[in-house]
Design a protein around this ligand. Structure first.
Ligand code: DX5
Ligand code: ZN
Length: 227
């Protein structure tokens, strides 16, 4: 089935989740329409405490929800996210991803997200050992590998992240093969295929989608890189 020369295409279709962090917020509705050909909209919430930056919160998620039919994939970079899970669910999140470093009770946070009827994701910073998420793998819908230190768009991909994706792919295949394996930070057309081949099923991209000539072209460039 596979071609002899090029590396084989990844077995699973890879989802694209453009991050609206890099869009023009004065044109949020149009910027969401521009990525209508993507799979999910990635919504980066930052509190200025867990990460050094403040992005936006509930009203922007609610506005994005009204302006797009895409599933809203909410990445909470906030301390003690359990305080706000219900609010984000009610504001329109379809999936909610929390950091293992941000709460004393990550398993409880995952349970709460599922009780709210939303997809539960868990993530970890580049400096956190993968073992920190291993006990949760059977219980989550999504695992996110951060491939930059969270807080800002437009940072450079950390190369060691690819091996982390490969390791998690193996672990997930043993206990929860249906779970999404997502990568976030410095994803570009140049590394997208490598990440898919390592086992990622969903790629987040901010500056690579919105940076150059608009969201629609950015989504297409990533699709082409994965074809
Ligand atoms: C980083 C955010 C990312 C960010 C990605 O803290 O979680 O989602 O927007 O942006 P790029 O693709 O520009 O690295
Ligand atoms: Zn993110």
């Amino acid at each position: 089935m596979s071609h002899s020369s090029a590396s084989p295409a990844p077995a699973r279709a890879v989802k694209l989740a453009p991050s609206i962090l890099s869009c023009d917020f004065s044109r949020l509705g149009e910027e969401l329409q521009a990525i209508a050909g993507a799979d999910w909209a990635h919504v980066d919430v930052m509190d200025g405490a867990f990460v050094p930056n403040i992005s936006f919160g509930l009203p922007i998620l609610a506005a994005a929800r009204r302006a797009s039919n895409l599933p809203m994939d909410v990445h909470l970079m906030i301390e003690r996210p359990e305080r706000y899970l219900r609010d984000f669910a009610e504001a329109g999140a379809d999936s909610i991803t929390v950091h293992v470093e941000a709460t004393q009770h990550i398993h409880r946070a995952v349970q709460q997200i599922k009780e709210l009827g939303k997809k539960a994701g868990v993530t970890l910073n580049p400096g956190t050992p993968l073992e920190a998420v291993r006990p949760l793998l059977a219980d989550v819908d999504l695992v996110l590998v951060m491939s930059v230190n969270p807080g800002f768009g437009g940072q450079k991909f950390i190369p060691a992240s690819t091996e982390r994706v490969r390791t998690l792919r193996g672990w997930l295949d043993e206990v929860n093969p249906q779970a999404e394996l997502q990568v976030d930070g410095g994803v570009t057309p140049a590394n997208a295929r490598l990440l898919a081949e390592a086992g990622a099923t969903c790629l987040v991209a901010g500056s690579a989608v919105y940076g150059a000539d608009g969201g629609a072209a950015g989504v297409q460039r990533l699709r082409d890189a994965l074809a």
